[in-house]
Design a protein around this ligand. Sequence first.
Ligand SMILES: *[C@@H]1O[C@H](CO)[C@@H](O)[C@H](O)[C@H]1NC(C)=O
Ligand SMILES: *[C@@H]1O[C@H](CO)[C@@H](O)[C@H](O)[C@H]1NC(C)=O
Ligand SMILES: *[C@@H]1O[C@H](CO)[C@@H](O)[C@H](O)[C@H]1NC(C)=O
Ligand SMILES: *[C@@H]1O[C@H](CO)[C@@H](O)[C@H](O)[C@H]1NC(C)=O
Length: 336
Amino acid sequence: MASTATLLLPLLLSTTCFTFLFSPATSALCNSDDKRALLAIKTAFNNAYHFASWVPSTGCCAWYDVDCDASTGRVTGLSIFQDANVTGTIPTAIASLPYLRILVLHHLPGLTGPIPSAIGNLPHLVQLTISFTSVSGPVPSFLSSLQSLTLLDLSFNSLSGSIPDSLSLIPNLMSIDISRNHLTGPLPLALFQNASQPAYLRLSHNNLSGEIPASYSGINFAQADLSRNKFTGDATLLFGREKQLQQVDLSRNMFQFDLSNVVFPESELILVDLNHNMIFGNIPHQITNVPNLQFFNVSYNRLCGPIPTGGQLARFDSYNYLHNKCLCGTPLPPCN
Ligand SMILES: *[C@@H]1O[C@H](CO)[C@@H](O)[C@H](O)[C@H]1NC(C)=O
Ligand SMILES: *[C@@H]1O[C@H](CO)[C@@H](O)[C@H](O)[C@H]1NC(C)=O
Ligand SMILES: *[C@@H]1O[C@H](CO)[C@@H](O)[C@H](O)[C@H]1NC(C)=O
Ligand SMILES: *[C@@H]1O[C@H](CO)[C@@H](O)[C@H](O)[C@H]1NC(C)=O
């Protein structure tokens, strides 16, 4: 072993040197327009120390936080994260990176102001993450011009206003997270209508209201987290045997519907949290057929009747059933 390593090491080193000296991807290849845009972004952030590696004499594809297409030298990814010293508004110069596919601005508490309309001019953007920042203002309706977007994460900001209906116009959008903001108003009427894959919707900790639109019955949700809002009405349309639902959290709303006739999807369901609503009826025995259920909480509702026994239900203690109208049986006191 030792002798093999001794033989290989110089070979590896010389290969690395060769690559470093002669591969255009490492330094030379860096589109000059993109470099100019990145330097403008650095300036907009007051030359924060975070951007110390962004110096004009070097190739921008080697700069911290920057990803390039190795064959064209165009900037395809910009991920700035975890630095309280990066302060200011979102630089409009980001729109001068026309080949950007992934933009991540994450854990930047000093990032303030609204989402600038320039962000709408990125036709190749697949992933937009602006999370854990102090960004405020609306969720802009111009985001619908990001026609390549599949993932939108605007969680943990100070956004307000309603969710624009125009998000429905993004054809392949399948994951939306705008939890932990100050959103109000209803859910968009036609979200995810053409989604070919299971959809992810996370909107917890806002002040959203109204009912779940009837058109959502056709959505194949993998995850739906609507917890801690002011939603009302029926949520049974999220369920159904044929769905691929993994996690559904409707806790701390004002949903009001009969649970008795709900059929839980069995294949992938692991979490059902319905606590603190006004859900009535009884718990369907069919829930005992869900093989991988790990969390089931129906406390603080208006349910009645015996708690089904069997399957995974034995895992859940009384705190998951307390404060209902007349639920009874293990782990609650026996039914009379
Ligand atoms: C932020 O700035 C302070 C003060 O200039 C410095 O001590 C600290 O290392 C900086 N943090 C980062 C992540 O650059
Ligand atoms: C969804 O599909 C319908 C029917 O094919 C089409 O008319 C509509 O434009 C599509 N919507 C989006 C946002 O792609
Ligand atoms: C929701 O509205 C209430 C009452 O207006 C307010 O106190 C609370 O902060 C709001 N919550 C969020 C997450 O915006
Ligand atoms: C179920 O919800 C209730 C009410 O919020 C809470 O007290 C309880 O801890 C929850 N159960 C679990 C296992 O988290």
